[in-house]
Design a protein around this ligand. Structure first.
Ligand code: FO1
Length: 311
């Protein structure tokens, strides 16, 4: 069994490669829900949806989120009524949020709802939210405190990050099935996602770090930082804001002693000795995923490294 800790777009691309290499039924994905938000009274779980749409072959690959070929007629009408339309919800995408919200209001857990939506989309891997409690990620900037999606999408994600707050995380606990999956895992992969607001949120759930540390599986991360920058999103601003080095070394430092191995980009090959000095086994390869071949090659490298570490 493989367990992957996942954020949104970067993780989805990596997982798209992985499901071609292994039996998808042996893969459990623990998804960040810190990005979840309410818009028009609907519960949206962007990272779960990005991964689910990707594995179902539905995702809009150019944007990385939403459904390919979707239209935005409902949003256009809402804007006509004077509503703010900064979070782009497609017409077909809305069906997911409507159903999820209805079932949450009826008392079902996000875990059960996610499972049933994934089944309907014929996804053979299991996607688990990190927890069933609401843990919104808030970003403190010089202009004030904003929900992560407001910071990223509405305000452009360019402001200096002074603090990242996982609101209410003390009350959260790993969702049903998460600890059992980690205990049975042969391999734990940390996808190339924002280390702070995607993976850091998952790791902040009380009991999660311990469950990973107690697992017999080696933990291999793919660095989302290439040549001092992120390919997508504000991870570089966040690492800098929290006083961490904007490099694979900063990411490794943030994950701490959970990590056994790391895959870094060829442009960062010079970091290998430092990472090795931190006790990590390192593979250097192309981590920029443009084609399906890139996704396959990167997930193969991560998997091979994890398998070598478990020997
Ligand atoms: N990202 C954007 O940059 N702009 C959007 O309008 C937007 C809408 C959206 C709707 C549904 C969904 O599942 C994801 C959406 N995303 C959008 C992506 C999302 O904000 C982030 O990329 C992830 O939360 C980061 O992991």
């Amino acid at each position: 069994m493989i367990v992957a800790l996942a954020g949104g777009v970067g993780a989805a691309k990596f997982l798209r490669g992985l499901v071609d290499l292994v039996d998808p039924a042996t893969l459990t994905i623990i998804s960040n829900t810190g990005d979840d938000l309410e818009r028009f009274s609907l519960h949206i779980s962007p990272d779960i949806d990005i991964v689910a749409y990707t594995l179902a072959g539905l995702v809009d690959e150019e944007r990385g989120w939403g459904i390919r070929g979707d239209t935005f007629e409902a949003l256009a009408m809402l804007k006509r009524y004077g509503e703010a339309g900064w979070f782009n919800l497609g017409d077909r995408d809305l069906a997911t949020h409507i159903l999820r919200t209805e079932r949450l209001r009826a008392g079902e857990s996000l875990t059960d709802i996610t499972q049933s939506l994934c089944q309907a989309l014929n996804i053979r891997s299991r996607i688990l939210p990190m927890c069933d409690q609401a843990v919104p990620t808030l970003i403190r900037t010089p202009a004030g405190v904003f929900h992560f999606q407001e910071y990223l999408v509405q305000r452009g994600g360019r402001e200096e990050v002074l603090e990242v707050i996982f609101q209410g995380v003390e009350q959260a606990r790993p969702a049903s099935g998460v600890c059992a999956a980690l205990a049975q895992a042969e391999t734990i992969l940390i996808c190339p996602s924002n280390p702070i607001i995607s993976i850091g949120t998952i790791l902040a759930v009380p009991g999660m770090r311990q469950a990973i540390a107690d697992s017999p599986a080696p933990v291999v991360a793919v660095s989302p930082i290439v040549a001092g920058k992120t390919l997508k999103g504000p991870a570089d601003l966040m690492l800098r804001g929290l006083g961490l080095e904007v490099s694979a070394c900063g990411v490794a430092q943030y994950y701490g002693d959970l990590l056994h191995g790391m895959v870094i980009d060829t442009q960062d090959a010079s970091l290998q000795p430092r990472l090795a000095g931190m006790g990590l086994r390192v593979e250097v390869t192309n981590t920029v995923m443009r084609s399906l071949e890139d996704k396959l090659a990167l997930s193969r490298t991560a998997l091979t490294l994890a398998r070598a570490l478990s020997k």
